[in-house]
Design a protein around this ligand. Structure first.
Ligand code: AMP
Ligand code: GLY
Length: 431
């Protein structure tokens, strides 16, 4: 089969790497280009045809052009990585040309692309979530914020719509909230305002086929830039999977209180949800609340989850797309190992990353599997240069978090570039 992976980050590198392990995949295209990932995959999967396309994936028109090219080039199956492409209707566009595609439709992807829509679905479905207010203008938001009790509770403001992970602010006081509102207004005129919850965050992802779901192992994402919880939020500086101490009863709770009611509600609305549904959860003792839904694999959660998946990823993607998850196990079989993934980011990330820095030590990473590439490009003298905020990530597997961490940091230490930022503390709470 010939597979097209849409997206060029570390998540998509991991998706391509896992898909290529399928004996059924002979040929794979990644669009747009992730040059270092392509070189690494070509070295690791000798005999398979692996190529980049340079085409744009931004916006409906670009996706339509891409879909026509995919049809002409006889692509058999599409896996869509990023939220923007899903929100732009990538799956609808490819499927309208008869190319089966993994991911939710544009309408179903609103579970991520609209915080207001997502809150409404949770409320209709009875999914546990923070008490929230939907507001449709900054003036209305201000009125609601002024009416809230700030003495005992803190509140969170969320801009409706995709905002590159910058659309949420946690506010401790009213003046702080009014300031945050002005900042968030650059993303949207509509907002969800909800109570701040406390507990431990878990990213729980499941394959969904419209009716059924199969849960992956729970993962922890490290969102802030440094160990300081008040440091800037990022796309994610690392991940650990599975989260130690999470037992089967929590999985059952998440299935019956979160995934199943959401799938029922989406189906009832005539917009069944297929693809990966990512529930961002807050867990406190044995209680679970949904903070957010994402309509795709998390980045960097995917880079920790996929290396642990036992089965052929393509089979799971096809079963989700074709509505055939009922015949598969309710928990996706995982290897009995722990994965730790540590991101190396460019200096200046997450604000204004400085790019074009020489990366040392990449040769071993290209010939052997040490991690995944996100923002690495080839310079004019064939040297490797930083080309994105999150540059690459080191993967470590082990029988325990401690062992997986050792392996991840051993791999990371082979790499260096000026101003490289990473979190020493990924997984440290379990060592
Ligand atoms: P979201 O995009 O909705 O997940 O929000 C991004 C991050 O903001 C989450 O991962 C949490 O760390 C935090 N957050 C969102 N909603 C809440 C809430 N109600 N209480 C506490 N933290 C929250
Ligand atoms: N790691 C968080 C996300 O992918 O949204």
């Amino acid at each position: 089969m010939k597979i097209l992976v849409i997206g060029s980050g570390g998540r998509e590198h991991a998706l391509a790497w896992k898909l290529l392990q399928s004996t059924r995949v002979q040929s794979l295209v990644m669009v747009p280009e992730n040059a270092a990932a392509i070189v690494q995959l070509q070295k690791q999967f000798v005999g398979k045809e692996i190529q980049p396309w340079q085409d744009s994936i931004r916006g409906e028109e670009a996706l339509k052009t891409l879909a026509q090219k995919a049809k002409d080039q006889r692509i058999d199956f599409v896996v869509v990585g990023p939220d923007n492409a899903l929100a732009d209707g990538a799956v609808d566009i490819f499927e309208s040309l008869g190319i089966p595609s993994f991911g939710p439709s544009k309408e179903a992807a609103r579970l991520e692309s609209s915080k207001i829509f997502s809150k409404k679905i949770m409320q209709e479905a009875g999914v546990p979530t923070a008490e929230g207010h939907e507001v449709y203008s900054p003036a209305e938001a201000k009125t609601v914020l002024q009416s809230l009790d700030w003495t005992k509770k803190q509140w969170v403001i969320k801009a409706d719509g995709l905002a590159l992970g910058k659309g949420v602010e946690i506010c401790e006081t009213l003046p702080q909230a009014l300031e945050a509102l002005t900042r968030l207004n650059q993303y949207s005129d509509s907002f969800v305002i909800e109570e701040r919850l406390h507990g431990k965050e878990i990213s729980w992802l499941a394959f969904c086929d419209g009716d059924n779901c199969a849960l992956l192992a729970p993962a922890r994402d490290y969102k802030t830039l440094t160990e300081d919880p008040l440091s800037p939020n990022t796309g994610g500086m690392g991940a650990v999977c599975p989260v130690p101490g999470v037992d089967a009863s929590l999985a059952e709770k998440v299935r019956t209180q979160v995934f199943e009611p959401t799938l029922r509600e989406m189906k009832k609305r005539g917009t069944p949800y297929k693809g990966i549904l990512y529930a961002g959860l807050m867990v406190n003792k044995d209680q679970v609340w949904v903070l957010e839904f994402n309509s795709r694999f998390g980045d960097p959660e995917a880079q920790a989850l996929l290396p642990l998946m036992q089965d052929d990823l393509l089979n799971w993607c096809e079963a989700s797309q074709a509505g055939k998850l009922a015949t598969r196990p309710p928990m996706v079989p995982m290897k009995p190992l722990v994965a730790v993934y540590v991101v190396a980011a460019a200096p200046g990330y997450p604000g204004q990353p400085f790019l074009g820095k020489n990366i040392q030590g990449l040769d071993m990473w290209l010939s052997q599997h040490r991690g995944f590439f996100a923002g690495v490009k080839k310079g004019p003298d064939a040297q490797w240069l930083t080309a994105g905020g999150r540059v690459l990530g080191a993967l470590g597997l082990g029988a325990s978090v401690a062992e997986a961490r050792l392996n991840a940091f051993k791999n990371l230490k082979e790499i260096s570039f000026e101003g490289m930022q990473y979190r020493e503390g990924v997984g440290a709470e379990w060592v």
